[in-house]
Design a protein around this ligand. Structure first.
Ligand code: PMP
Ligand code: GLU
Length: 397
């Protein structure tokens, strides 16, 4: 049997693959310092787990509407109103099995074959593949470290062609942690309106910002932008709920209706139990988020201070999310053991196999020369892993 041309054209997720590789080594009894996958190490807060248990006891174990329970849509609507002043009716909300799934549903509901989607690099590994899986064409636009890895308005404008349909934006960003300030985002919003494009704004890390610059939602720049924005969010990162698989898109009712039809044929509905848990997350006490954030700040500061103290490595502290995206290119051309490190992929593989530190190569995010380290893991692992990284780097000749 042969796999389809479609399946053969899809690159597997590097973040998922790196996570699996570390698990393999751990199963062989090797102590790996694992910084590959971006998922909070915290256990889902107790009141959220209790709501799931209660949902099962109450018999909420059946199919739900394809785009989610009305109770959850109402909680999502209230959330966006309370946190961002955005007015989404339940008919403008589609709940999916995680943010990754909701992005795919949103792309399937809006893109036609050959449509171009502008994606600033570095970008989260799944964006380009999801666009391809929707039959459209990812157009990568390179941002620079000098510009804090943010897309500049003039860069955006010059990447637009008659085929451009959408911009995919992620603030704060995975993998760089960079977040757009209000004026930076507004200049992009103006172009979206001017050129009548769609903005898919992935705001999954909006609650995890560590600077004084407040988060701004793309859809908040007035009706014209609101009408052209698909706001993506979910509970995975904010509430340490990666395994529960609940994410959502807010946008124009006709697009949401199309997403509902797609999901009705595809997954039937997101897990009923997880939906009740997500309601508890959104409506319950928010102190748990603040507590996790305090830990993330400590880790961010420690990681950056340690990386900057290692010869030839450097990083500017990320504004948000939980990733350190650091320049490792000074080590290219060196030999570690009998391995010549020539790019980020050989760097990360040699670091894992020899130093037992698991990171993800920058090339998977469209940015050669870098490595990504998730600091959503314990301080103990971070300390040990950075010691191991430093020791391994010193063996390069
Ligand atoms: N968007 C970004 C930027 C992410 O980093 C992730 C991480 N998985 C997702 C979406 C998907 O989140 P989920 O686990 O809810 O599918
Ligand atoms: N988004 C996380 C990451 O980048 C989780 C894995 C994935 O969904 O890609 O590591």
């Amino acid at each position: 049997m042969q796999v389809s041309q479609y399946a053969a054209s899809i690159t597997p997720s590097a973040t998922m693959a790196a996570g699996a590789k570390a698990k393999e080594l751990k199963a062989q009894g090797i102590n790996v310092f694992d910084f590959a996958t971006g998922e909070p190490d915290f256990i889902t807060p107790a009141h959220i787990c209790a709501a799931a248990t209660q949902a099962m006891k109450d018999g909420h174990t059946k199919y739900t509407p394809s785009s989610g329970l009305i109770e959850l849509k109402q909680a999502v609507a209230d959330y966006h109103r309370q946190w961002h002043g955005l007015d989404y009716a339940p008919a403008s909300i589609c709940v999916s099995s995680g943010a990754k799934h909701t992005i795919y549903s949103a792309l399937l509901a809006t893109l036609n074959p050959g449509d171009e989607v502008i994606i600033p690099t570095p970008y989260w590994v799944s964006y380009s593949e999801l666009v391809k899986m929707a039959g459209a064409v990812p157009i990568l636009v390179e941002t620079t470290r000098k510009n804090r890895f943010l897309l500049k308005a003039d860069q955006f404008r010059s990447a637009i062609t008659p085929k451009t349909k959408m911009l995919m934006l992620n603030s704060p960003s995975n993998p760089t942690g960079s977040a757009y300030a209000k004026d930076e985002l507004e200049s992009i919003a103006k172009i979206i309106v001017d050129k009548n494009l769609i903005c898919l704004s992935d705001e999954i890390y909006e609650r995890l910002i560590y600077t004084d610059t407040p988060f701004v939602a793309m859809a908040s720049f007035g009706k014209d932008v609101f009408d052209r924005t698909l706001t993506v969010n979910g509970v995975s990162k904010t509430y340490a709920m990666t395994g529960w698989r609940i994410g959502w898109t807010c946008g124009p009712a006709n697009i949401i209706k199309a997403m509902d039809s797609i999901q009705g044929q595809q997954t039937s509905n997101p897990s009923s139990i997880s939906q009740w848990a997500a309601i508890a997350a959104l409506r319950g006490e928010q102190q748990c988020v603040e507590q996790m954030k305090v830990e993330f700040v400590k880790r961010r500061d420690y990681v950056c201070q340690r990386l900057n103290a290692i010869a030839h490595l450097s990083i500017e502290p990320p504004d948000g999310a939980f990733y350190a995206f650091f320049d490792v290119s000074a080590y290219f051309g060196k030999t570690f053991g009998n391995v010549l490190v020539k790019d980020s992929q050989t760097f990360c593989l040699a670091l894992l196999e020899q130093g037992h530190v698991n990171t993800v190569q920058g090339s998977a995010f469209g940015a050669e020369g870098y490595a990504r380290m998730s600091f959503a893991t314990s301080m103990e692992t971070i300390r040990g892993g950075l010691d191991a990284l430093e020791a391994w780097l010193a063996t390069g000749k």
